[in-house]
Design a protein around this ligand. Structure first.
Ligand code: FAD
Length: 333
């Protein structure tokens, strides 16, 4: 990444004069499109130029056809091969590189999800370009905004690479709506590279509650809950009364009160719901990094000096073991 007013090489000048063409990487699971990955299309729309989307895995026809309805996408490149189903980066990266080379894209955009974070660094290494991670804004085709130091500073970075490989923060680029478009669906190049890693198994926490990363309301519990039993007994009824997703602090996750996939913060998920209601969370900066952009933050803590109250719009000083069940009952009424 060059400094903003730094020298620009001749190759990059010629690159910038090319027409913009973005490849938006879509995610799917068991043939179903992951809608939050359509945030990459939103970012591509902001850049302007032509938009192609890419999807790979087993039986992806339905996912590709659904994505094709997204306004602004001209073409979907689909590679139907079970080898790419789980998105293992060792197998997926060479595939993506072949398709990027064939399409000659100026920008490749993926979500800053576990999949995108796993995949794009490998693609960047194979293409010998610098990845631009976790952006929250686009100033122009080569200038991007991204939080650094757990969101305590905002960097504006400029890339002079021929191909900009970007991951986007989901909360800054909401999913494009899968309607109003009629993209063509074409088979991509399947490099059929020898698979050097193999999917063995997965152990997923299943829940009927809304997805934490995209939910409009989140209730989150911390170390103050004291045990897994209390976390479940106190926080889950509150989540259900509100129709909210459940989150947790790292201390709660590390203590085994909540599943690892529920962690909010610098090393967990970044969320920005309409309402973030937390109880028994002190408000460490690493936790704030994952939720401080929520529209309304409400906090329950027995310590009036807890740092969470500095960012909360609504605060309640009290014992969560009394206050949360009382609130849940009132919500049910
Ligand atoms: P504590 O800080 O122990 O706070 C518990 C709170 O509960 C206290 O404020 C207390 O007053 C309150 N309380 C206790 N009992 C009650 C009661 N009965 N009623 C009401 N209130 C009560 N943390 C994250 O959350 N997410 C991250 O992604 C993350 N990443 C990190 C990355 C790094 C590199 C590091 C170093 C740390 C990271 N952390 C992260 C950890 C972070 O620094 C804090 O340790 C953690 O957030 C604290 O969790 P907590 O607020 O639940 O616990």
């Amino acid at each position: 990444l060059a400094p903003k007013n730094g020298p620009v090489s001749v190759t990059s000048l010629s690159a910038f004069s090319r027409l913009l063409s973005s490849l938006a990487i879509l995610e799917q699971r068991d043939g179903k499109l992951n809608h939050s990955s359509l945030g990459s299309v939103t970012a591509a729309q902001k850049l302007g130029g032509s938009i192609t989307a890419f999807v790979a895995g087993a039986n992806i026809k339905a996912a590709a056809e659904e994505a094709a309805k997204t306004k602004g996408i001209e073409k979907i490149i689909a590679v139907d091969n079970a080898a790419y189903e789980k998105g293992l980066p060792e197998n997926y990266a060479p595939l993506l590189v072949e398709n990027i080379k064939k399409g000659g894209y100026t920008h490749v955009i993926a979500s800053h999800s576990a999949f995108g974070k796993n995949l794009l660094p490998r693609v960047a290494a194979l293409l010998d370009v610098q990845q631009i991670s976790d952006i929250t804004g686009i100033e122009d085709e080569k200038t991007f905004v991204r939080p650094i130091y757990a969101g305590n500073a905002i960097a504006t970075v400029e890339s002079s690479d021929n191909i900009k490989l970007i991951t986007i923060r989901g909360t800054a680029f909401p999913a494009a709506e899968a309607e109003g478009g009629s993209a063509s669906v074409e088979d991509g190049v399947d490099s059929k590279a020898e698979a050097i890693s193999e999917w063995v198994s997965e152990d997923l926490a299943k829940s009927d509650r809304p997805d934490l990363a995209t939910a409009g309301k989140v209730v989150s519990g911390g170390r103050g809950l004291k045990s897994k039993e209390d976390f479940d007994k106190i926080m889950l009824p509150l989540a259900d009364a509100l129709g909210a997703a459940v989150g947790a602090s790292r201390a709660a996750v590390d203590s085994g009160y909540a599943d690892n996939s529920l962690q909010v913060g610098q090393t967990g998920k970044v969320v920005a719901p309409q309402l973030y209601l937390c109880a028994g969370i002190s408000g460490a900066i690493q936790h704030l990094a994952g939720m401080k952009d929520s529209k309304v933050i409400a906090a329950i803590n027995k310590d009036a000096d807890a740092p969470i109250f500095q960012v909360a719009d609504v605060g309640l000083v009290g014992d969560l073991f009394d206050k949360v069940p009382e609130l849940t009952e009132k919500l049910k009424q």
